[in-house]
Design a protein around this ligand. Sequence first.
Ligand code: ATP
Ligand code: MG
Length: 331
Amino acid sequence: MPVTMVGRARERAELAAAWATVAGDLAGVRVAVLTGDPGTGKSALLAAVLAELDPTPGTVLAGQARIHSPAPYDWLAAVLSGRDTRGLPAPGPALAWLAQHDAAPVERFAPGALLRVATRVVRHLAGAGPAVLVVEDLHALDPASLNLVGELAAAPGLPALLLVTSRPSADPLVARTLARLTGTPGAIRAHLGPLRPADVAAVLAQVYPDREIPPGAAREVWQRTGGNAYRLTELVATTPADDMAALLAPARPADPAAAELTAREAEVLVCLRDGMANKQIARALGISVRTVTVHVSNLLRKTGTTSRTEAALWAVRHTSPTASLTPRSQP
Ligand SMILES: Nc1ncnc2c1ncn2[C@@H]1O[C@H](COP(=O)(O)OP(=O)(O)OP(=O)(O)O)[C@@H](O)[C@H]1O
Ligand SMILES: [Mg+2]
């Protein structure tokens, strides 16, 4: 049974109020940045906020970094994917390049020119607004997308709410972009911590509507999951509905060995857990980006996950929080 969102009332109210001002004056961009560790509930909060926006947005442009090594302007390509791009105010070749169309010409464009075209395209799609621009997982975006998002946050007169989620990141470019975003006038910044014991109790009440929740059970589950929304929903989903005692039983030992990762794959997994992009992983491990992508696809297969986000969460659950990169022999 899917769990309905609990808690996060303050953040939801704050975001609803920001939307009201955007929709009210249609005069410019408001930025909201949601940060938090993997699985804290950034995407869930974003989805809940999007679903309850009043008035309904004229346009929602949503994109996120995609699997493996994202190409430049990957956010915009995600926004454009499946959209009719005819009539957009951009020269065909530049548009084909930005949209990552297969037949994109190998022509080179000056970075400044592409950035201007990309900004113009977003403005066009946002129209008279009020629009929502959704940037999921900013920490995993390519540098050109980061630059574009920073530019959009400061675009004069763009009638939009720019909603961004990001894990904390050691990447200086990501950190700089986050600072740029939160430095814009009226920006909202919410860092999502763990759920509170009361939130966990609310989740248990949803899952076991007909049962009495034993005193202390919520706190115990809260402790066991660290209040992490992902771990909580996983625990609930994998516990038989008629066996609440199992929720409180000691956790099964984590079993990274079961996935039979090679030492290198295990290292890459720790990097994914720490939110590193492929390029950073390559640099940290002294291997090529291409090799990193091979390791990533192998470990996705072995851990039974379908995205780097899921793999990172798998790592959160199966590696010790202190596991880190140790200096090691050459590949
Ligand atoms: N406040 C909440 N109440 C109930 N369930 C929640 C809440 N927040 C998150 N969840 C659930 O926890 C799981 C993880 O949440 P979510 O995917 O939003 O995390 P995230 O912060 O976006 O993680 P990531 O960094 O991997 O993108 C989801 O199944 C989601 O539905
Ligand atoms: Mg997410």
